[in-house]
Design a protein. Structure first.
Length: 1034
């Protein structure tokens, strides 16, 4: 290929550069084939570096996304033209990404490549010719065995063999670990804890294997709990097994001994596989042909153990079948913020710059220096303590560096210097890596910190080194919790078996999620918009499966303007994508329920009306809308609520995402999911069909790949291993299996029916006996516990409405933008679409604005056509000019907050005075005109709920000749009064008049700067205009 030719020409060329000399020296101690490979790698890197610098020859000039993408595409094209082999191109592309990251750090450029390279290998074919041969032999042998079944035998070996074969063939349990756990369970004398719901009967088993993850905590120990679903045939064999005397019988322990028991007296045993694992894998063909014809190959792979997936803990399974949610008494968001603020380590004031990542080598050197021994003398604890203390006093250190040294000093109180040196060697490089590649601060959630630690644990090759490293890391983390205010982790994370990871298996049911949204709705210490933001965070994670970091970094420009509303998950200034596969586009509204759509629409409408910068974060909580929400606070609140409300201690925020992806798996596998899991699957048939069409394109052939892409995973393996927690249920025989007719011979010899029971059912159901008719007696004999109570539980049983009221989300800013856009020529339909508003609301605003604009000032001049609100400069507008100062905006916000409760109790009074204000104002003078003191008193009374008398100013006219002088004085009591026209004491008398002005909140500053005597605000007219437009129905 071209890349190979290029590399070959460089290798045999006559010129040898300094780099080539260095490479040749490095290669001198390597074998000849490895030398060629390493030389090719070194020269490939040099060639890629040359191509990269040709494309990015002036990094300082790259100041926009468009320029960056153009330069990157040029570099990518040069790679394609130079490297032809897939292997060479992949290596070259990865080298280019590395150079780009270095360039980003050096020049502080937040641009990310629009492409990445992903390689998928074809999985190894398992169902080959040998598998088919074994499969048919096993199929025929089991058919012969079934024909010879009998309920009369009392031989425990035969009963044992019938039970185990039924577990494998009838219930579809092909995993060796599951069979061993079931074997251990039945060998015990204790009764089995069976439970049932719908058509499913399950038995919880504890799997004992170091090759699989743990998934739950029982009595403080992390274990792997598996829900073993048993068919009716296995239940019948289990009943016969319980009746059998086992005094002289001993259960086999190892899997090979179990297989030997099953293989005895089995027909065609010579043609069966020699390994038990192969036998179980081939038995799947009988199960998928006779017991579950609709089971997918992916679930068969899970049942055989080739694909890992972890069950729900028993208490969580019971929660989604029979949900319970108790609302916590706390109604404050702060009550759930469990993180305790601890004093941070404050470094000494220094004028020297902190150690940079580029100079970490000096940190390594200074950490080695105290442990160097001279003249063969033994290092004393005092000398080491002094040396470590001097490092913190002399050198400028970052907090995490001071923390590490402080931990060594702390351990020195109980350990010898040689032990401290060992601890330093074990952890130093990893601690540096974790604090330079990641940021270990209090902002991390416990789950995120566990992932960082787990990556370093997994880097150890042997079990012994992993165990040792976990123990030391636990010590250091305990110290760093207070020093760096890191989140605390349970002791179970640093458990003794460091080779075994933990999958947080958990699913949130609809009742519990609804309770979460209702509790957010009832919080008293955050405002309505922050409640909508918090609800939207939970909804996007629970329905759309977004990670916490993905929610955190959504920008306004990532949200599409379409009916479905799609969100782009892209790296930006607020965070990177977790993997290359995380770059994706997700639909939002099709996955939400009606209440959730209203919540999300209201919040989106608010953000679009108040946020002009498309790079601003979408999800914000608090006053600072330029920064996303606090991840730690949200994670703590949601996780704490879920644990308190459900009583299940394992719930965390990330189980919202787990629930979404498990729900999609249920949608893919079950034809009517809401019938099987009504409290976990809320969609009706229409929404179910719409989502299936949208995500799976009416085909389930590549359904799991679609779910993996939806989740941001490279392939379904990760989704199965960490997010699918109902695979065990979905692989079990479905309802249709129990509706099949069964003849008397098969029913009686398999033990499903007794002779009398079968013929009684035959008579009762007009000669149509189905398998389901045999369940009730078996449930009674085996003491199977029903998980579903007699009283039905309704998801929407709560009467609390989550749909936000329009007055809680509609704002003056939103109304202003809509009217301004209509004045510029945009249609009402377009505005309704963009701002997620009902078109009738916009039409009402438009009609009211036009009515106010039609109000004219009364004048003797017939040619005068002056609007009361709009000046000539704004004659083409539909809204008055914006408020110019921050104090005016804050005043308007406080007025609106006070108006909402007041308006409900004093509606008629307020509307009357609002109309008076709009009909008696003028664009040429600030304030409202009054010609009688009673009118002024009624106006002041109507607005005293929000505007005190000290904020008003009265400008008087012709009071000297007024016949109501005393009444005016009484009405103006407590107000600041300025005389504009004194009037005459002689001549005809009148009532006099006043103009009531609202003093500008910025008057003092403006008077000092502009040397004015007074400064009034058009704030009153502004408020009355928008209040009239938004509340009046013409």
């Amino acid at each position: 290929m071209l890349a190979g030719k290029v590399l070959q020409s460089i290798l045999v060329g006559p010129t040898t550069s300094q780099n080539q000399i260095r490479h040749n020296q490095d290669l001198s101690s390597i074998s000849q084939p490895d030398q060629t490979h390493c030389a090719n790698s070194f020269l490939l890197e040099d060639l890629v570096s040359e191509l990269f610098h040709q494309a990015f020859f002036a990094p300082c000039t790259i100041n926009s996304d468009e320029i960056f993408i153009e330069v990157w595409e040029k570099f990518e094209a040069s790679l394609l033209n130079t490297f032809g082999q897939q292997k060479d191109f992949r290596q070259a592309f990865k080298r280019g990404e590395h150079l780009l990251r270095h360039c980003q750090k050096q020049f502080n450029r937040p641009y990310f490549p629009p492409t990445t390279i992903v390689t998928n290998r074809e999985p190894k074919q398992t169902r080959d010719s040998q598998w088919l041969s074994y499969s048919w032999a096993i199929y025929d042998s089991y058919e012969v065995w079934r024909q010879n079944l009998s309920t009369d035998t009392s031989d425990p070996n035969l009963r044992y063999k019938s039970l185990l074969l039924s577990l494998i063939f009838e219930s579809g349990q092909f995993n060796i670990d599951v069979i061993k756990a079931f074997n251990k369970k039945i060998a015990q004398s204790e009764p089995l804890l069976l439970s049932r719901f719908s058509c499913y009967t399950c038995l919880p088993l504890i799997l004992e294997s170091n090759s699989i993850n743990t998934n739950t905590d029982i009595n403080g120990d992390r274990v792997t709990e598996y829900q073993c679903y048993l068919s009716i045939h296995t239940l019948a064999q289990l009943h016969l097994w319980n009746k059998t005397s086992k005094n002289q019988w001993k259960a086999p322990v190892r899997s090979d001994l179990i297989y030997k028991r099953l293989n005895d007296n089995f027909s065609s045993s010579d043609s069966l596989p020699s390994k038990f694992r192969a036998f179980c894998s081939c038995a799947a063909s009988w199960y998928e042909r006779n017991r579950n014809p609709h089971v997918s190959q992916a679930l068969i792979e899970f049942r055989t153990g080739r694909t890992s997936s972890y069950s729900l803990p028993s208490n969580n399974l019971q929660q989604i079948i029979q949900p319970q949610a108790s609302m916590p008494k706390a109604t404050s968001f702060g009550d759930f913020h469990l993180q305790i603020e601890q004093p941070r380590a404050t470094p000494h004031e220094r004028t020297i710059n902190l150690i940079s990542n580029a100079n970490l080598a000096s940190f390594y050197s200074m950490m080695r220096a105290p442990f160097k021994i001279t003249s063969g003398q033994k290092l004393s604890p005092t000398e080491l303590s002094t040396a470590l203390r001097s490092i913190t006093e002399i050198y400028p250190l970052e907090n995490w560096q001071s923390c590490f040294i402080g931990w060594l000093q702390f351990k020195l109180l109980s350990c010898q210097p040689s032990t401290i040196n060992s601890y330093k060697n074990t952890l130093l490089k990893d601690w540096v890596y974790m604090n330079t590649e990641h940021t270990l601060t209090h902002d991390l959630t416990p789950v995120e910190l566990e992932e960082v630690y787990q990556q370093q644990i997994d880097r150890r090759k042997s079990e012994k080194s992993r165990k040792n490293f976990s123990a030391r890391l636990k010590d250091l983390h305990s110290f760093a919790c207070s020093y760096l205010t890191l989140p605390t982790l349970g002791d179970e994370f640093f458990h003794h078996d460091a080779t075994q990871e933990h999958t947080r298996a958990g699913i949130i049911d609809e009742v519990l999620f609804r309770a979460l949204l209702e509790h957010i709705h009832s919080l008293t210490d955050i405002n309505t918009l922050d409640k909508l933001a918090l609800q939207s965070i939970c909804i996007l994670s629970y329905r759309c499966g977004l990670r916490m970091n993905e929610l955190y970094k959504i920008q306004m420009r990532n949200i599409s303007h379409c009916d479905e509303v799609w969100i782009d998950i892209r790296p930006n200034a607020f965070g990177d994508n977790k993997t290359a596969s995380s770059l994706r586009r997700l639909p939002i509204l099709p996955l939400l329920l009606n209440d959730e759509k209203a919540i999300f629409d209201s919040y989106l409408q608010h953000k679009r009306s108040t946020t002009k910068n498309r790079a601003s974060p979408f999800l914000t909580i608090g006053e600072n809308t330029t920064k996303p929400f606090d991840k730690s606070a949200v994670s703590n609140y949601v996780g704490s609520f879920l644990r308190v409300a459900s009583g299940l201690e394992h719930f965390v925020f990330y189980h919202l995402r787990h629930s979404c992806l498990s729900r999609l798996q249920v949608m893919l596998e079950l034809p009517s999911p809401s019938e099987v899991l009504p409290h976990f699957y809320p969609y009706d048939k229409k929404q179910h069909d719409d989502i299936r069409t949208l995500l799976f394109k009416n085909s389930s052939l590549k359904g799991y790949w679609e779910i993996a892409a939806f989740a941001g995973h490279e392939d379904p393996t990760v989704t199965f291993a960490h997010y699918f927690h109902l695979s065990d249920l979905l692989a079990a025989p479905q309802k249709t299996e129990y509706l099949k007719p069964i003849d008397s011979s098969d029913a009686i010899k398999s033990g499903v029916f007794t002779h009398d029971r079968y013929w009684m059912m035959h008579k009762k159901h007009q000669q149509k006996v189905i398998l389901a008719h045999g369940l009730k007696p078996l449930f009674k004999k085996l003491n199977v516990k029903a998980l579903v109570s007699n009283s039905a539980i309704h998801i929407n049983a709560s009467t609390t409405s989550l749909i936000p009221k329009p007055q809680d989300t509609l704002s003056i800013e939103l109304c202003y933008q809509v009217l301004d856009a209509i004045a510029c020529g945009h249609s009402i339909d377009n505005m309704a679409f963009e701002y997620r508003l009902n078109s009738e609301i916009i039409e009402q605003w438009f009609t009211n604005a036009q009515y106010i604009k039609s109000l004219r000032v009364s004048s003797a001049n017939a040619n005068s056509n002056q609007s009361r609100i709009f000046s000539k400069n704004r004659q083409h507008s539909l809204a008055p000019g914006r408020l110019k100062t921050q104090k005016e905006k804050e005043y308007a916000q406080k007025f609106n907050i006070k108006l909402r409760p007041h308006y409900r109790a004093h509606r008629e009074q307020f509307i009357e005075q609002m109309k008076y204000c709009l009909h008696h104002c003028s664009v040429s003078h600030s304030g409202v005109y009054f010609n009688h003191p009673d009118k002024l008193l009624r106006f002041l009374e109507a607005f005293k709920f929000a505007i005190p008398n000290s904020h008003w100013r009265v400008v008087t006219y012709y009071m000297a000749s007024s016949s109501l002088k005393e009444e005016w004085m009484l009405a103006c009591k407590g107000l600041k009064v300025i005389t504009e026209e004194e009037g005459k004491t002689t001549g005809r008398s009148g009532h006099g008049s006043v103009r009531l002005e609202l003093i500008s909140p910025n008057e003092k500053n403006i008077l000092d700067k502009k040397h004015l005597s007074k400064y009034s605000s058009h704030l009153l007219t502004y408020l009355m205009f928008f209040t009239f437009v938004m509340v009046t129905k013409m």
